[in-house]
Design a protein around this ligand. Structure first.
Ligand SMILES: C[S@@+](CC[C@H](N)C(=O)[O-])C[C@H]1O[C@@H](n2cnc3c(N)ncnc32)[C@H](O)[C@@H]1O
Length: 424
């Protein structure tokens, strides 16, 4: 955590963020946006502290609960434990922010030994998720390694828009402005920043030269690898992170359909498209994967990306609340949806065309199992090697048939992708 002066007002803001987040009824980032909207007086560093501290509690909730006592894990108590046991703040640093009684508890907390933890508690995962990962063949050590990497904050990755500028030009400009950045190790258009500067009003952001996008997400676009003049479908386009990359790789030629069932998400793509300089994108809200519009395009599309709705467990560095919001029931619903969307999207692909199935999940149930089942019932599709497709674009990433990105190995969010080609 930061060296910012801890005041009671600042802790109250973290407390109200946690009160909104901990029932897990709404996404944590939506709660945080509301707190910031209601308190426009908060500066960039203060916002950073509130966000980091509240997310820190979500990341390590099970560990922190161990210090609170049964049924006494209130947002305020979890926060205090986090300040003492995770941020290692002492009574003097907290003196102005806490009551006398709380300061006494701080002294007690400091003195407590490390608690005994089960595997799920040490991983700070719910029990069902730990069991699922073990059942899918991961060892307890792997589960812990995965958990540790997912329980860290993510760096800020950007993607340069090749329609507007080059990575070198952006790096040079950032250097001149004192923004520390370097090229991402794999993604040819990616930049990784050392800090989290406020970029929303930066001229390069406003003129569409840069977008925020995790390096892993960028690599999925390079698996689709659309060419100039092609017909391409981004089946689950959402707010269009990948649409923008695909459109740029097509140099704004051909036709790129951005479908989604969520009007609200597609609406977020509109201003991004306006900034991007792309004119080949056609957005359409579809009623479901069986929409009539999709049927009309059957067999006509060169490349289809299915960036499927998923548990999002690969993005826990950015969305730590997801591990507490998902359940075995929501997983079962998602896998049924994923299979249905992949089957429907596959009908669009023309002979010789490419279908990319991707998720930001770490669970085999949402990844390999979906692809294996699909291939069993669609003998006209064959797998293509992700490693080879990336290598052919000069992206040196040791990968086999499927793409499996993991934070502790690749420094990206967790992603999975399989590339399928229609043979007949
Ligand atoms: C992983 S997100 C997509 C993120 C997006 N591709 C990006 O890069 O920003 C999955 C999307 O699938 C959409 N979705 C859910 N069910 C769908 C369906 N039946 N057909 C198409 N899209 C669907 C969700 O609304 C959500 O926006």
């Amino acid at each position: 955590m930061t060296t910012i002066k801890i005041t009671s007002r600042l802790l109250d803001h973290v407390g109200s963020a946690l009160c909104g987040m901990l029932p897990f009824e709404q996404p944590a980032d939506a709660v945080l946006s509301r707190v910031f909207r209601d308190h426009r007086e908060l500066g960039h560093r203060e916002r950073g502290f509130v966000a980091d501290t509240a997310y820190g509690v979500l990341r390590r909730k099970r560990y922190l609960e161990k210090f609170c006592g049964a049924d006494r894990a209130t947002p305020r108590r979890l926060l205090l434990v986090a300040l003492v046991r995770l941020a290692h703040l002492n009574q003097r640093q907290l003196a102005e922010a806490l009551t006398a009684k709380e300061l006494d508890w701080v002294a007690e907390l400091k003195a407590l030994p490390e608690p005994e933890l089960s595997l799920a508690e040490a991983a700070d995962f719910p029990d069902w998720l730990t069991e699922q990962l073990l059942a899918e063949g991961r060892s307890p050590e792997e589960v812990l390694q995965l958990a540790r990497s997912l329980n860290q904050p993510a760096p800020l990755d950007l993607r340069v828009n090749p329609m507007k500028t080059t990575r070198e030009a952006v790096l040079e400009r950032f250097q001149a402005e004192g923004i520390e950045a370097r090229a991402c190790p794999y993604a040819p258009l990616g930049l990784r920043l050392a800090q989290r500067p406020a970029l929303a009003k930066h001229p390069l952001f406003l003129d569409g030269s840069i977008e925020v996008q995790d390096e892993g997400s960028q690599l999925l676009g390079h698996l689709v690898a659309p060419k100039r003049g092609e017909m391409v479908v981004d089946f689950c386009a959402g707010a269009g992170g990948k649409t923008l990359l695909l459109g740029a790789l097509m140099r704004s030629t051909g036709r790129l359909y951005a479908f989604d069932v969520s009007d609200r998400r597609l609406a977020k793509l509109k201003p991004r498209l306006a900034r991007s300089g792309l004119s080949n994108v056609h957005t359409a809200a579809i009623a479901s994967e069986q929409d009539q519009r999709i049927k009309r395009l059957a067999g006509k599309i060169d490349r289809v990306l299915v960036d499927a709705p998923c548990s999002g467990l690969g993005t826990l560095r950015r969305n730590p609340d997801l591990k507490w919001r998902q359940t075995p029931e929501s997983l079962a619903e998602l896998t049924a949806k994923q299979a249905a969307i992949l089957a429907a999207a596959s009908r669009l692909v023309k002979v010789g065309g490419r279908l990319v199935y991707a998720t930001c999940s770490l669970l085999d149930a949402e990844n390999e199992a979906i692809v294996t089942d699909f291939l069993a019932s669609h003998p006209d599709f064959v797998r293509k090697s992700c490693g080879e497709i990336l290598a052919s674009q000069g992206i040196a990433l040791e990968m086999g048939e499927s793409l499996r990105l993991l934070p502790h190995q690749h420094g990206t969010d967790g992603f999975y992708a399989a590339v399928l080609e229609r043979q007949a």
